[in-house]
Design a protein around this ligand. Structure first.
Ligand code: NAP
Length: 384
């Protein structure tokens, strides 16, 4: 019998993890259990003895995968690696941890103390993260950096059939990148939690969670793993919406992108909090606060990586032009009536232009638009 510590000092840690695997799989022979210890992450060791043990295992290449698969079907707890531990990654991590899942985190910046404070394990080297064989890699990076980040992951260090999930606010783009970059033995789930640290601050109850099972292997363990992941959001009360990525992008451009655009336009207006805020106005102030707390990268990503966004910008432009036309058309109408009175209707009377006060050059002084509009006498608002 080979002792673990004689092969690799780090194997002691691996042994603890594997002990759980072994306990969950009582049918494994003691000798086989011992072999499994050496296949558990991390696998940095290169001693001859270790290679011998690996060679024995090579005769049964699917055993280790099979044991792990069995573990997944038995446990609903997941080891979720969050890549991109910024605003949104941290927000999700809190709920994952509260529900008892293990969170590994990796990011471009160093978030080790934040991760530690919330009970996540931070890795400053993505190779180490992958060698810990998480069940799920959850991509929480900016839309703009997604492709670069995904291509920089050492996929060869992950367990075969690891589940890849993204949370990007656009969906066709990550789906295509995942399908292009990830080998076919990895599972792919594209999701969009339609809420964020502001709107989901107190609860996720009834907030929409969109997902598309893009590519999931048909083994029970893999189907179960996806369900376990989706259950996190179900348990929080999210409204689960299964929808294709392309359909999501069409709806999101007409709803979410418009919302963000209006929020950013209003932000530029520098709206003030007044002592006579109506409810409608309060809603606008909230909108500004919600959208401005998101990064500009996020907003730019919604525009650049959703093919439907440009059309929405154009529609918005046209709608504003049409509205201005309608408004100014009304003013024009009022002015005409004031200037020409009933002369246009009956044709009998003279234009009232002659009756208007004149300036020094003898040009008639027109009433200002505000004077004309005030003739409506309704205060101009509906109180909403
Ligand atoms: P974000 O600005 O979209 O993304 C910030 C994250 O991206 C950080 O983790 C950042 O890492 C990483 N990142 C940015 N540029 C990078 C680069 N060049 N290389 C490597 N990493 C890079 O803000 P976010 O709010 O955290 O959103 C993250 C993702 O969640 C986005 O895809 C977004 O669409 C999605 N999402 C956000 C919300 C929301 O309400 N915020 C809601 C639903 C979905 P560092 O911090 O380490 O620099």
């Amino acid at each position: 019998m080979i002792s673990i510590s004689s092969v690799n000092p780090t194997a002691a840690a691996a042994a603890a993890a594997t002990a759980a695997t072994s306990a969950a799989v009582p049918s494994i022979q003691p000798q086989r259990r011992q072999q499994l210890l050496f296949l558990s992450p991390p696998q940095h060791h290169h001693s001859r003895r270790c290679l011998t043990v690996r060679a024995i295992d090579a005769a049964q290449p699917y055993d280790y995968e099979a044991q792990l698969n069995q573990r997944f079907t038995q446990s609903t707890r997941l080891r979720i690696a969050i890549v991109g531990f910024g605003n949104f990654g941290q927000f999700l991590a809190k709920t994952f941890i509260r529900q008892g899942h293990t969170v590994y985190a990796f990011s471009r910046s160093n978030y080790s103390s934040i991760a530690q404070s919330m009970g996540a394990v931070y890795f400053s080297d993505v190779h180490d993260l992958c060698e810990n064989h998480p069940d799920v890699i959850l991509l929480c990076t900016s839309i703009l950096s997604t492709e670069q980040v995904l291509k920089s992951l050492p996929l060869q260090r992950l367990r075969r059939n690891t589940l890849f999930v993204d949370v990007l606010s656009v969906k066709e783009f990550p789906k295509n990148i995942f399908l292009q970059v990830l080998p076919t033995h990895f599972d792919i789930l594209c999701t969009h939690p339609m809420f964020g640290p502001e709107s989901g601050k107190y609860s996720w109850q009834d907030l929409p969670f969109v997902y598309d099972k893009v590519r999931i292997g048909d083994e029970d363990s893999r189907l179960k793993r996806v369900d376990n992941f989706l259950d996190i959001f179900k348990k929080e009360g999210c409204r689960m919406v299964e929808m294709s990525c392309s359909k999501h992008d069409r709806y999101a451009a007409g709803s979410q992108f418009i919302t963000h655009t209006m929020g950013r336009i209003l932000e530029k207006l520098e709206l003030e909090d007044t002592p006579i805020n109506t409810r409608g106005y309060e809603t606008l102030l909230d909108l500004v606060e919600n959208t401005s707390s998101d990064s500009f990268d996020l907003y730019y990503g919604l525009f650049m990586y959703n093919k439907n966004a440009m059309e929405q910008i154009e529609r918005l432009d046209l709608a504003f032009e049409a509205l201005k036309k309608e408004l100014f058309g009304h003013i024009h109408e009022v002015l005409r009536k004031q200037l020409f009175g009933k002369s246009e209707e009956g044709g009998a009377q003279k234009p009232i232009l002659a009756k208007l006060p004149k300036n020094n050059n003898g040009t008639p002084l027109l009433p200002s638009p505000s004077e004309s509009v005030s003739s409506r006498g309704d205060g101009g608002g509906n109180g909403r």
